[in-house]
Every structure is written in C-alpha cells, then in structure tokens.
Design a protein around this ligand. Structure first.
Ligand code: ATP
Ligand code: MG
Length: 400
C-alpha cells in the first residue's frame, strides 16, 4: 500500500469540520479559516499531533501519529465556534471496491438505522477511473443490495453517504453531527466580561464568544464578606467556559474597600447602583489595559431592581466603551436552558454568597436619576478608589 509520510495511513479516521456563515463573508474568509484552524490546533494539543488544513470551506483534521485520543478530540471540536457540522471520516484506498467495503463496514450502524439514503461523491483526483456520478451509482447500487431495507432517495434522504476521492486516499463519511455554530473566537475582537458567580454572566460570556469575541474576565471579590469558596466558584465557572472560549484570564478585583466606603457615605437605596458604576469603571480600566473594545454583562431587563432601563442607563453612563448585554431580552428559563447546555448551571447554583448580595439595600431605587446618583458620588474619591482596586488585581489564567 503506497503511503506518503504527510498523510494518515489508509484505514485511519479523520475529522471534517464544515465552516459556518463565514464562508459567506468573502474577503474575510481566509482570516476566519486561519483563526478557526489556529483555535482547533490549540484545543487539540493535549489529544495528540494532528495535521490541520482547509480546502473549500472544509477543515480537515488528520492524526499525524498513532495513539491520538480521537474521542476526546472529537468532543473538543464539537465545542469549537465557527463549525456548523462535524464528521468523522474513514480513509481507504482509492479503488471503487475499497470505498464500497469501507462504506459497508464503517457506516454499518448509520445504514441499519436509516430507511432512506443517497450517495454523494466528490473527486479532486481527476485520474480516478470513474466520474463522481458513476462512483455514486456504483456505491449506491451495491449498498442497496447489502442493506435491502433502505431505499435510495435523492431529495430527503435520512443518510447521505459521502465519498471523497482525494490526492492520497479516499474518504467515506455520513451525516455530520451539529457543531457549536457561531464564529471562530477572535474574529470578533476582544471584550472584557463581568463574571459573577450567578447564572446569567457565564451565559452572556458564552453568547459573546459564540459571536467570535475573545474575552478577558473581571470578577469583583469582597473578602472577607465573601468567602474564598465564592471566588473558587467563579474561577471554576471561568474554567468551565474555556472549552468554548479558549484560555481565559480572570482579573480578580478587590472590592471590599469600595463597598465599605459606599456603605459609609452614600444613601442605602442607591448602594447597588453606585457599586455597579464602580464595577463598570474598573472593568473599563481593565479593558484599556488589555486592549479590549467592549464590556459584557449578564444583565436582563427587569430581572432585578438594578436592571431596569433607567438603572442600566445610569450604570452605562460612566463608561465610553459599548456595553453588550446579550441576555437582555431573555427570560430566566431561557438563560437556564443555555446554562445547562454549556455546563455552567450546576456550578452557578452552588450556594456561595456574591458581593452584590452581601450589601443588598432593603428598598433599592428602580428609577434613579443621574442627578441624585452624581450627588451621592460627589463626596467620594472616585479616582483614588479605582486606582487602589486596580493596583490590587490578581490575575488567574485558566486553560481548557
Ligand atoms: P448573574 O447571574 O450573572 O450574577 P444577576 O442576575 O445576579 O446576574 P446582578 O447581580 O445584578 O445580576 O449582576 C448583574 C451583572 O453584573 C452580572 O451579570 C455580571 O455581569 C455583573 N456582576 C455582578 N456581580 C459581579 C461580580 N461580583 N463580579 C463581576 N461582575 C459582576
Ligand atoms: Mg449576581
């Protein structure tokens, strides 16, 4: 069996990733493809050595050595944004007989479970002795004899048997499984996400990452009012997001002094809003440091007193960067559904206190005016408080 060193041995499995909407984006396409391949390469590092390349909006991932963890790799790739569908394909010799035999064995379970099918062939090796149509007819006819329960159906088949004849081997695969969708992380720029220990902010972060935005996380930590476990919980949430977002840095900001100062010198009813204004200001400082162009929060309109439109206006007013609130129009149930899907829900509901709950006012203001807020802040050394908090930031890096 002839075999070129750069390709997987015949008989190996490879993965095909179908890219999403980025194929539509003309000139950006190459950038997107390269980003996708780079992201895939980093995520696959711990599963073995792989060769990764793109042809006609398909990314091919081939093991370069024996012993790659193919299950783990496939699982990881199913969380790679920018991929709409993933297939596992089997490489075989470039003869009609080998292709047929591979389809029969490798796709046995898919074919047994289906009642209709069709074969689709592609040929980049033009020296192959059959045309694509002839090859499809041959494989389709033979499969029909081997699996008499299935009908050929050219329009809405349950299983499509894909055959590709390429330079060094032929590949056989069936229906793709759905990918994570979205755009490759990084093509949408960089934003700073305010990550609490709740349900909403991990979902908001995930939704931005899905649109191709790379993230740096900011968490406000109020030791000793909140416990080290509460901080660990947030770091765990960030870690749970890394299979989707890639490596994440969490900037842990000491927030106790600001909260104590606000409690000492400001009207209780405004406490939450004043606190959130500080969070936004500090998050913007972090954004400037890391070169990010937006802020992300898990706010949802009307969910709590600090999330009315007036409250959002007042908290957004202290920053010049755009504030993205991807869950703003979602019901709690919808947010929870996503939290479960992405794997953060169980951690989010662990019962550790959050810095916001520690000082919750009894009667929070839902329709604040900017004048009263600014009056309450007038006596504060805002710049001094921010600088001190920023100077105390601890950075924690989390890898997928
Ligand atoms: P979540 O479920 O995300 O905690 P929430 O419904 O509890 O949200 P709030 O506590 O009012 O809402 O917080 C609104 C948003 O402010 C959060 O989604 C998050 O983006 C940000 N935020 C709140 N507390 C913190 C914190 N301690 N550190 C970082 N960001 C925070
Ligand atoms: Mg919260």
């Amino acid at each position: 069996m002839s075999h070129t060193p750069n390709t997987p041995p015949v008989g190996d499995e490879i993965f095909l990733l179908k890219m999403g909407e980025m194929v539509l984006k003309g000139l950006n396409r190459r950038t997107f493809e390269e980003r996708l391949m780079g992201n895939a390469r980093r995520r696959l590092q711990k599963y073995g050595k792989f060769r990764i390349y793109s042809r006609q909006s398909i990314t091919y991932i081939e093991p370069k050595e024996a012993g790659c963890d193919m299950e783990g790799a496939f699982e990881t790739l199913s969380r790679l944004f920018g991929v709409v569908g993933l297939s596992r394909a089997k490489a075989c010799e470039k003869t009609p007989e080998a292709i047929l035999e591979t389809a029969k064995t490798y796709l046995h379970d898919d074919l047994m479970a289906a009642s209709t099918f069709k074969v689709e062939s592609k040929r980049s090796d033009k020296s192959f002795p059959m045309t694509s149509i002839q090859l499809s007819q041959f494989v389709g006819g033979e499969l029909n004899e081997a699996f008499p329960h299935i009908q050929a159906d050219m329009h809405t088949p349950e299983v499509v048997v894909h055959v590709e004849v390429r330079d060094f081997a032929a590949y056989v695969h069936a229906n793709p499984t759905p990918g994570a969708g979205g755009l490759p992380v990084g093509v949408g720029g960089l934003a700073v996400s305010l990550l609490s220990g709740g349900i909403d902010s991990p979902v908001a972060s995930w939704m931005m990452a899905k649109r191709g935005v790379a993230l740096e996380m900011v968490h406000f930590f109020s030791y000793p009012y909140t416990s080290p476990e509460a901080k660990e919980k947030v770091l765990e949430l960030a870690r749970l997001l890394t299979p989707w977002c890639g490596r994440l840095t969490v900037h842990v900001v000491p927030f106790t002094e600001i909260q104590e100062e606000l409690r000492r010198s400001c009207p209780e009813a405004l406490f939450t809003l004043l606190m959130r204004r500080f969070m936004m200001r500090i998050a913007q400082r972090v954004a400037q440091r890391v070169g990010a162009h937006g802020l992300v929060t898990g706010e949802s309109l009307g969910q709590v007193a600090s999330q009315t439109m007036e409250a959002m206006a007042v908290t957004g007013q202290v920053v010049s960067l755009p504030v993205f609130r991807p869950v703003v129009g979602m019901d709690k149930e919808e947010i929870i559904r996503i939290a479960r899907k992405i794997g953060t829900f169980e951690t989010s509901i662990l019962p550790y206190e959050d810095c916001c709950t520690v000082f919750t006012p009894r009667h929070p203001k839902t329709r604040p005016t900017l004048e009263e807020i600014q009056e309450a802040e007038a006596a504060l050394d805002i710049e001094g408080l921010i600088e001190k908090a920023v100077a105390g930031i601890e950075r924690v890096v989390l890898n997928p």
